[in-house]
Design a binder for this molecule. Structure first.
Ligand code: ZN
Length: 549
């Protein structure tokens, strides 16, 4: 060891995710980097009088976790908005809106998210008329569905946005209408963007506060890196990057952010000559984000065959295609010319097939270098298409917790085809590169709920029930990999983070329990989901300590 360590963590059970030395007892850190990993005796021998020693009392240490799919901007802002994740019925949702409205100024927008009618006894979204009854006539309202691919608005918002019976559906979007052809207040996919330009821009200071609070919450969950995702054609890009840059300048960004860029921003990247990887170990440009289709819950997933519950006369029985294949191919080619890999949202089996067809076609004419392309979600995939990810070198960016959130809806909408959904086990066994995330605010960002989902395929509170498609379960090692080195590799960050290896950044977490002794669900049904982070270290500095401030 050439550099003398500033910090030594010892007497620990360290799972390094480094194949050359999977387990260790101690790690030496100098400043922001790991300088040595080994057994207690060997590492402690390198201490000087300036070295701080921390005895971890045999606690489990992992590399800092990376959430490979989080809408950090929306999630951070959402913490201060009307959150409807817990509401159990339409009546409860309307009551929550009434309360929020009565406590806010009559002309100020009500912005919220998180409702999901499929979890209610009567799976019916509220209408414009019902929303009007609980808001003032001057008060615009927009409430995103939990999947963010649908939103409900009141009459004030419809009027501001000029959405009326003569307004035609935008490309890639659908204005919900009642039997008379009047807008019913439900906006699907890109129709949401008819309303969002009328929402006032957030103030920079407000954004900074929200991001700092978001970062703090993630530290408490053991997350030290994220792949920040875009929403389809939204305006969050400039707010997001500029806020992150200000935090970075003030030395307040204690989270590594690999930032996706919206496809519509490609001309600007081209004009400036910016490439993927531009930035530093704290904030960098990642992939170009593209969208093939919608979501299963909103019935906008692009399917090979119609969903089970599609009603006769439904104008979109096979879901919605958001970006036509020829446009998608053009966008991927343009991204390649600019030096960017792509990150493509694909839920339905048709969407996944189309994306793989395009990537295969492109791989014939040009060899992709650098960071791999990725498909976000790979949610429903035909068995014939699954091995193609590995063959084409495409990363599967998946969210284990979605499998638990969507079990019932997947069974009812897919019927026999539900064995094509959330195939984490098959993807890993096929040798596909995987990266795991939460998709917050669509799902809870707590990675240990994701660990539980990947390991057990059953909700923590329902462990008396059998696992849902149990052959898709993963091992603990596979699960940890997806949240650490797998996610790092998916961002081209494997030399910087993802494992506890000399030379890498000192991002580590200390857990309250030994996950490896709790993987037996019979004995410890909630053991893993209930994991608490004791300490989060970023760049060799403690950024979170349980019970501390
Ligand atoms: Zn997402």
């Amino acid at each position: 060891m050439l550099i003398s360590p500033t910090l030594i963590l010892h007497n620990a059970k360290i799972y390094t995710v480094d194949e050359s030395r999977p387990w260790a007892e101690a790690v030496a850190i100098a400043g922001s980097h790991i300088v040595a990993v080994g057994d207690n005796q060997q590492i402690l021998a390198a201490r000087t009088e300036k070295t701080r020693l921390t005895d971890l009392d045999n606690h489990l240490v992992l590399p800092g976790l990376c959430d490979a799919h989080i809408h950090f901007h929306e999630w951070s802002l959402g913490q201060g908005q009307l959150l409807l994740n817990g509401v159990g019925s339409k009546a409860e949702m309307l009551e929550a809106i009434r309360k929020w409205s009565s406590e806010s100024k009559p002309e100020v927008w009500i912005i919220g998210r998180g409702w999901n009618e499929t979890l209610w006894p009567n799976a019916e979204m509220p209408t414009r008329q019902e929303l009007d009854e609980v808001t003032s006539s001057l008060q615009p309202l927009i409430l995103w569905r939990s999947d963010m691919h649908c939103a409900v608005v009141n009459s004030r918002t419809l009027a501001l946005a000029g959405i009326n019976r003569t307004r035609v559906d935008p490309d890639g979007g659908l204005i919900g209408r009642d039997p008379d052809g009047e807008p019913d207040g439900r906006l699907y996919e890109l129709a949401i963007n008819l309303a969002t330009p009328y929402i006032p821009d957030p103030e920079p200071a407000f954004l900074e506060r929200a991001y700092i609070q978001g970062q703090k919450t993630l530290h408490g969950l053991g997350i030290t890196a994220i792949h920040s995702q875009r929403m389809k054609d939204q305006r969050e890009g400039p707010f997001s990057l500029s806020t992150l840059l200000r935090l970075r300048e003030n030395d307040a960004l204690k989270l590594r952010v690999n930032s996706n860029i919206a496809a519509h921003d490609m001309p600007h990247l081209g004009a400036l000559g910016l490439r993927s990887g531009y930035g530093d170990d704290y904030l960098r440009l990642g992939h170009i984000k593209l969208f093939t289709d919608g979501t299963l819950g909103s019935k906008t997933a692009w399917m090979l065959e119609p969903l089970e519950s599609v009603e006769r006369g439904d104008p979109h029985p096979n879901g919605i295609c958001l970006t036509k294949p020829e446009e998608m191919a053009k966008a991927i080619e343009m991204a390649g010319q600019l030096g960017f890999p792509v990150s493509i949202h694909a839920i339905g089996d048709r969407a996944n097939r189309e994306v793989l067809d395009i990537l295969e076609e492109i791989s014939r004419s040009s060899s992709q270098q650098g960071t791999a392309h990725r498909i976000e979600h790979v949610q429903i995939i035909d068995p014939a298409d699954l091995p193609r990810l590995k063959e084409l070198g495409v990363t599967a960016s998946v969210q284990p917790i979605h499998a638990l959130d969507d079990m019932e809806i997947a069974d009812s909408l897919l019927g026999d085809r539900s064995d094509r959904a959330y195939r984490f086990g098959a993807l890993v066994r096929s040798g596909t590169q995987v990266a795991f995330g939460s998709d917050a605010p669509v799902a809870n960002p707590n990675p240990f709920l994701g660990f539980h989902a990947a390991l057990f395929r059953q909700r923590p509170q329902s462990m008396q029930n059998p696992p849902w498609h149990s052959d898709e379960r993963l091992t603990l090692e596979e699960t940890i990999f997806g949240y650490t080195l797998g996610a790092a590799e998916a961002a081209g960050w494997q030399d910087t983070i993802g494992s506890i290896t000399p030379g890498k950044r000192a991002d580590l977490i200390v857990l309250d329990r030994d996950l490896f002794s709790l993987v037996d669900a019979e004995k410890y049904p909630q053991g893993i989901a209930g994991t608490r982070v004791d300490e989060t270290i970023f760049d060799g500095e403690t950024v979170f300590k349980y019970g501390g401030e």
